[in-house]
Design a protein around this ligand. Sequence first.
Ligand code: BV8
Length: 254
Amino acid sequence: MEGVLPHRAAQLLRDARRVVVFTGAGISAESGVPTFRDDLSGLWARFDAQRLATAEAFHTDPDLVWGWYEWRRTRVLRAEPNSGHLAIATIEARAPSTTVITQNVDDLHERAGTRAAIHLHGSLFTPRCVAAAGHPATLPDPPDGDVARPHEGGRIPPPRCASCGLLVRPGVVWFGEALPEAALTAAVEAAAASDVLLTVGTSGVVYPAAEIPRIAARSGAAVIQVNPEPTPLDRVSAVNLRGPAAQVLPALVA
Ligand code: BV8
């Protein structure tokens, strides 16, 4: 990506005291992990991904929802972090006060070397039982071969909790569920204290996570956006880098 904007963005990152990196599904797209909306809903002609990511859907048809998450988990297990994830780990290595906040439920930031990403929407790798106590559960070995997608009949019965016998659910935050309080508080505080916030691969439409870049902008931080498409975050971005993360981010740390 040529032009003055990447240089301006790289300069902002170099001069920053406190950097926050905020990522959405788009950072993992070039690792072959479908984004929440544009790919999955396409792959899911018959299912609206947003309707599946709910406690109601799991209550109504646990095998369908657990099958969907197992399909997604096997996609992540077979994926590798891309150069966008690696560039973010480089930003952190150069400025240890950097905070990485992600809406993603994959582990690609960690596998790229990011130390302690704040997961606002949980993780595919921390299942728990549906009891209020949320007993931690262990994930079964991933299914061999390809997990069929639900509209191909890929229903998988969820395991039962070893402590109480209730159903085990994915360790993610579903629509209509509260975000983990400690994670959200840490993310809001980091955004409010930042002087540069780099937002990568998010449509910025899911709340309250979508508040994070807006909190940074309101606190006077320079927001740098990396996304091939325009988003509502264009309005709060000082620099808009229109391009894929795995191409744009390495140029910012070169
Ligand atoms: C809650 C985990 C209340 C599950 C997800 C106002 C305030 C608060 C809530 C609301 C509100 N208005 C509406 C709500 C309700 C709702 C909401 O926001 N709805 C939206 C649709 C309007 N929010 C909630 O329900 C939240 N909970 O509010 O609870 C409460 C409070 C107290 C007590 C009880 C209840 C919970 C929201 C969390 C839902 N869980 N994920 C799972 O993964 O299955 S959200 C999920 O969708 C993702 O985590 C992500 O955050 C979000 C968006 O997904 P995508 O669209 O795929 O990803 P993204 O947005 O990142 O878009 C992809 C982008 O990448 C695109 O822009 C594309 O251009 C770009 N891209 C593509 N390729 C590349 C790229 N970019 C760079 N490089 C590339 N190569």
